[in-house]
Write a protein that binds this ligand. Structure first.
Ligand SMILES: Cc1cc2nc3c(=O)[nH]c(=O)nc-3n(C[C@H](O)[C@H](O)[C@H](O)COP(=O)(O)OP(=O)(O)OC[C@H]3O[C@@H](n4cnc5c(N)ncnc54)[C@H](O)[C@@H]3O)c2cc1C
Length: 455
């Protein structure tokens, strides 16, 4: 391990999750030196286990998809929405037109994040220190110019042209500069466990699919992260979890979803209950003198459609590209910060709108119901929430929206696969018209997909 004490780098990255690793490997491949400081020793537990097809594409572009595929994770080809009566609806990831990937992975994050961090550490130019906790930001004038960190029982200082906040929920720069905000929506929380002894022969759904179990007080995820291990999480309004015992909420909400109950029959707990709250926060400033904020450090939104890792990888990569442009003197920092922020906000706000669409009716009506019906044959809620938007799309758009099949399996599934920066995606075009669903203050959207050029 290199002695990083008092060294000067092109960039210091605080945090070795997907965002930090993506940033570090990208900047180093562009010829620059990076010190990445991670407070934990990997492998460490992390929640966030279902990936999008675009996430697999980015992993491929970063050169790590083969390693991920060889790690024994589970291949995901579909999303099952299911309800309390055992009704269900499946969305096939592959029904998105020619040339796009129809599969991705569910992953055990401890191993997934370790593969990414190891790949970053193997990249010439990157020094990774684990069990290295950043405790202070250093300034030079109004610029962030370095960090103080604890490692091996001693305090160290390192300086760099750029310091990158990839510290996830901790938000070392985001909170250190008091940039983080929260709005009044999406006050949800989650409790989750891992169950072992899974036998997918008992799965009434399609093997490998994520199941999203929808009920009146929230939703339940079932994500197989290994052939014999499944992650089960219950997401509910934070006030429900605060007012009850989390273990009881987990049991009771899971009991409401027959197709998930059937899938996990005979399993036993291999990771005890844990939880996360704080489902919506964001920063309007994501870059400034000497810093970029990437991934969860900059924004977080409800995980129902599994966008977090994609957003972390892509914002990490883009921030590294902008850093390299600045280091080469090809752009001023203020312009780079502006470009980066517009890119970040386009992706996160599009994902946020998708989530607001899911929850909309519940909040608009002040009612308790999560009005996302998975029932193809149940049109009682057709005017409400998410499916209501589909109906409106069909009424106003023509072309690819001629049939319901075409809607679901083209723009909608493409949206759910990670099409967050597309200007062409009709589903997102519609969501972007909802004025009240903005997340950030005014910004200039960048409709240019970082995963599939030209989209
Ligand atoms: C309940 C829940 C379910 C989710 N489900 C999904 C899902 O299915 N699919 C999906 O794509 N996403 C999901 N997510 C989101 C996903 O987990 C995150 O978006 C993703 O991990 C963000 O990556 P990151 O690198 O920005 O942050 P993180 O992965 O959190 O990494 C941050 C790193 O910084 C380190 N760190 C923090 N402070 C310091 C410090 N002071 N010094 C040094 N290091 C520090 C931490 O130890 C950590 O390793 C979910 C999130 C939640 C809460």
């Amino acid at each position: 391990m290199a002695d990083a004490n008092n060294k000067d780098y092109d960039a210091i990255v605080v945090g070795g999750g997907p965002a930090g690793s993506s940033y570090a490997m990208t900047l180093a491949r562009l010829g620059h030196s990076v010190l990445l400081l991670e407070r934990e020793q990997f492998p460490r537990f992390h929640i966030g286990e279902s990936l999008l097809t675009y996430t697999a594409d980015v992993l491929d572009q970063l050169g790590v998809l083969d390693r991920m595929s060889a790690a024994g994770f589970v291949v995901k080809r579909g999303i099952e929405l299911t309800g309390t009566e055992g009704t269900f609806r499946r969305l096939q990831l592959g029904k998105v037109g020619e040339g796009l990937r129809g599969w991705t992975l569910h992953v055990e994050r401890s191993e997934f994040d370790k593969i990414l961090l190891d790949t970053a550490a193997e990249t010439p130019g990157v020094t990774v220190l684990q069990k290295a906790r950043v405790t202070r930001l250093l300034n030079s004038g109004e610029r962030i110019s370095g960090v103080r960190y604890g490692h091996d029982g001693a305090e160290h200082v390192a300086t760099a042209r750029f310091v990158i906040d990839a510290s996830g929920r901790a938000g070392v720069i985001a909170r250190g500069l008091n940039l983080r905000k929260a709005d009044d929506h999406l006050k949800m929380a989650a409790v989750f466990k891992h169950l072992g002894g899974l036998d997918e022969g008992k799965n009434p759904a399609t093997e490998g699919d994520i199941q999203l179990g929808l009920h009146a007080d929230g939703w339940v995820w079932a994500i197989p992260i290994r052939p014999d291990t499944i992650s089960i999480g219950c997401v509910a309004p934070a006030e429900i979890l605060r007012a009850s015992r989390p273990e009881e909420v987990w049991d009771e909400h899971l009991a409401r979803i027959p197709r998930i109950r059937e899938r996990i029959e005979g399993t036993t707990v291999v990771r005890e209950l844990a939880g996360e709250n704080n489902f919506e926060y964001h920063c309007d400033t994501l870059a400034g003198p000497g810093y970029f904020i990437i991934g969860d450090a900059g924004s977080f939104t409800d995980p129902v459609f599994s966008g977090g890792v994609l957003l972390a990888l892509t914002t990490g990569r883009r921030a590294a590209e902008e850093t390299a442009i600045c280091l080469a003197g090809e752009s001023g920092e203020a312009e780079a910060a502006e470009r980066y922020q517009n890119f970040f906000k386009t992706g996160y706000e599009t994902y946020y709108r998708l989530i607001r669409a899911v929850y909309d009716n519940r909040y608009a009506s002040g009612g308790r119901e999560l009005r996302v019906t998975p029932y193809a044959d149940d049109r009682r809620l057709a005017g409400a929430g998410w499916w209501g938007i589909q109906e409106k799309l069909r009424a106003t758009s023509g072309g690819p929206f001629d049939t319901e099949e075409a809607i679901e399996h083209f723009w909608l599934v493409r949206a759910l696969n990670g099409d967050f920066w597309s200007g062409k995606n009709r589903f997102f075009q519609r969501l972007r018209e909802e004025k009240s669903w903005h997340l950030f203050d005014d910004f200039k959207p960048v409709y240019e997909c970082p995963v599939h050029a030209g989209d």
